[in-house]
Design a protein around this ligand. Structure first.
Ligand code: AMP
Length: 218
């Protein structure tokens, strides 16, 4: 199965793509995570991408396409994948279409998570992540037992650089302008399944699994 998950920052793409990937036995590929790892490891692509990421801007297509091409050619992606955070522009979507077509691979569905802007701002400004195991918390809806400390591993909780309010607003603006047009792009191809993602993580996952297994969105 080959899937794309779309949605504004904070819509739950990361958590849902992990759950859906596990459910269907396909690899989750997050371009945001790959870029953050490249920044942390000091890799050349990370060095070039960092300035854009910190401002909430999109990393240029030439860097992204290389990153995704290399990743999709790896062994674990040959049996299927769920792409989280790519494509983010029409030109990236066209490049992905070309790439898949050349290799006789097709997309099964594009999952779109719908969340209102106000909910995104509240979710992201309260989001904290464990610096060691990556577990995520929300200061309002899912606070850690001890402030600043991960319940699971005792690691220190941090806020992502781009989860500060001014950057969130900028990321949302970039999403509406550059990524939202993908809704019509994939809808015209008959691939789009849309989900109300203001529900709980479990409810959204259940709706996605049901839609994929029966072929309808909700
Ligand atoms: P995310 O974790 O998906 O929110 O991505 C974090 C940041 O990585 C984004 O704000 C962009 O700066 C960059 N990024 C991730 N995926 C892409 C992409 N497909 N195209 C351009 N930039 C991206």
């Amino acid at each position: 199965m080959r899937l794309i998950i779309l949605g504004p920052p904070g819509s739950g793409k990361g958590v849902q793509s992990k759950r859906i990937g596990e459910h269907f036995g396909i690899v989750q590929i997050s371009t945001g995570d790959s870029l953050r790892q490249a920044v942390a490891s000091g890799a050349e692509i990370g060095r070039q991408a960092r300035q854009y990421m910190e401002k909430g801007l999109l990393v240029p297509d030439n860097l992204m396409v290389q990153l995704v091409m290399d990743r999709l050619d790896q062994e674990d992606a040959l049996g299927g994948f769920i792409l989280d955070g790519f494509p983010r522009t029409i030109s990236q979507a066209e490049m992905l279409d070309d790439l898949l077509q050349k290799e006789d691979r097709t997309l099964d569905a594009v999952l779109e998570l719908k969340v209102r802007d106000g909910v995104v701002v509240s979710r992201l400004s309260n989001r904290r992540l464990c610096s060691q195991c990556g577990a995520d918390y929300n200061l309002v809806t899912k606070p850690p037992k001890t402030e600043g400390v991960c319940d699971r591993c005792g690691g220190r909780l941090i806020q992502r650089e781009d989860d500060r309010e001014a950057t969130i607003l900028h990321r949302l603006e970039v999403y509406h302008r550059q990524t939202e047009p993908l809704e019509a792009y994939y809808s015209n191809k008959g691939h789009l399944l849309t989900f109300d993602a203001e529900r709980s993580v479990e409810e959204v996952s259940a709706a996605i699994v049901e839609a994929l297994e029966s072929g309808t969105g909700s």
